[in-house]
Design a protein around this ligand. Sequence first.
Ligand SMILES: NC(=O)c1ccc[n+]([C@@H]2O[C@H](COP(=O)([O-])OP(=O)(O)OC[C@H]3O[C@@H](n4cnc5c(N)ncnc54)[C@H](OP(=O)(O)O)[C@@H]3O)[C@@H](O)[C@H]2O)c1
Length: 303
Amino acid sequence: MQNSPPGTIEIPQVGYGTYLVKDAEAASLVQHALRYGYRHIDTAEGYKNERGVGLGIKAGMEELGLSRGDLFVTTKLWPGNEAWKQTEKSYQSTIDALNDSLGRLQLDYVDLYLIHAPVARTRRLEQWKALSELRIQGKTRAIGVSNYSEKHIQEIATAGLPVPEFNQIELHPWSQKPALVSYLATAGISIIAYSSLVPLSSWRAVDGQHSAKTDDMKAEGDAADSPFKLMAGKYGVTEAQVLLRWGIQKGYAILPKTTDLERMRKNIDLFSFEIDDEDMTAMEAMDRGPGLAWGVGDPVQMD
Ligand SMILES: NC(=O)c1ccc[n+]([C@@H]2O[C@H](COP(=O)([O-])OP(=O)(O)OC[C@H]3O[C@@H](n4cnc5c(N)ncnc54)[C@H](OP(=O)(O)O)[C@@H]3O)[C@@H](O)[C@H]2O)c1
């Protein structure tokens, strides 16, 4: 379990991410993830796979003799985005959304419920109040946000509402967000890092999986002298393990996603090596600023 600020519930350091995992494949993949030792499963209303994820959790718990308390399950509210011609969810439809997610997951509660992104500009605070109510009702153990900047969190604090316990954001050596990370530490908000594997050539490499990654970036990942390839050779691990271990050493919870069972097994095998200070310093210098997971040109306005 990760060290968390006082008052924050503990979260497993390595979770299994399920974005782009199809509902029909989710049950088997989640069951495998539990077999390999993953105890945090991250899904979302927007991933349209909560039904399969829930079946996998159920099957894995039965097979491995786990109790619900052994697991940490996160799902996310899709807040509605007017730029996508969607209705922004109200207080009541936010309450209904978690109840619907719980129904699909076949769970009585989740461990963490997040607002997926700060896109519902006129209803963000209303949605946050509903999350607070859902925690009081015991439908979720903790509440948090995702893709929130300091400004969005200040909006909550200024309204006199409890600040989030977690912020799930894109973090890897190419997008390190030092100012936001330092603000979150000061505010006592735990970080969950997503898209840790962005610098790999294999990251969302299948056609149609849009992101802001350029062809040049993909080629960099393939280059024989890629710094992550060199580090992987030095530590005798995969490049993915180097990138994931970076997140662990930064103190973040991480969420690698894969549909490949061998990758899945290795992506949680992160505790038999340590990246040395020299390489951590070299990685510190690789920051390129904004993240890549939400594709450029997406009409997602996060202001
Ligand atoms: N809150 C948000 O807005 C948000 C946004 C993005 C992601 N997330 C969460 O974070 C999770 C992880 O992020 P992500 O899915 O963007 O990316 P990721 O886990 O960083 O990378 C996944 C990609 O890397 C490939 N991959 C995985 N393991 C590998 C390995 N060992 N070697 C080589 N390639 C490997 C996968 O392909 P294969 O599947 O073919 O192996 C896939 O294309 C998501 O699943 C989701 O749960 C949240």
